[in-house]
Ligand binder design. Structure first.
Ligand code: 8DG
Length: 136
């Protein structure tokens, strides 16, 4: 399985406001306009943590401290698996370089995005865990 690749997404939570950062995709057409946890593909020889720090620097212009993984991982394809790592911003204010828009959501907001089908489909598995985390 040396060809299998990981996509790492960041569950970026602001502990002060207990809000989660969502980012609106611009591409590909199937998911354009839907909202995701920002991140991207892990490069060869790169750890998931380092990949997430790199992606969030490139996509959002922030530095993050990376924490533990959410429980669920999702097989996007045979050769591509999606994971999410908790993260907190330690420097910078997120600005969308690749995304259409960014939004900080609380439990109510996240519930509405999920209910209205506005999340990238794969990310729906994380909603219960994220709601617990933001609300708990
Ligand atoms: N970043 C991210 N990608 C996700 C999520 N959920 C989900 O299904 N994906 C999919 C969409 C893409 O098929 C793939 C990641 O692509 P990407 O476009 O973010 O990664 P990337 O910038 O490294 O890759 P590339 O498109 O430049 O090749 O994972 C998510 O929450 N975050």
């Amino acid at each position: 399985m040396t060809d299998a690749r990981l996509v790492v997404a960041g569950a970026v939570v602001d502990p002060a406001t207990r809000r989660l950062l969502l980012a609106q995709r611009r591409y590909p057409p199937e998911v354009a306009g839907l909202w995701e946890l920002p991140g991207g593909k892990v490069e060869a020889g790169e750890s998931p943590e380092a990949a997430l720090r790199r992606e969030l620097r490139e996509e959002l212009d922030v530095e993050v401290r990376v924490g533990s993984a959410l429980a669920e991982r999702v097989a996007l394809r045979d050769d591509l698996t999606l994971i999410a790592l908790r993260a907190q911003i330690v420097a910078g204010t997120p600005r969308p370089a690749d995304h259409e828009a960014l939004r900080w959501v609380d439990t109510v907001g996240l519930g509405e995005f999920a209910r209205d089908g506005l999340l990238v489909p794969a990310d729906a598995v994380w909603v219960p865990e994220l709601l617990t985390e933001l609300g708990g």
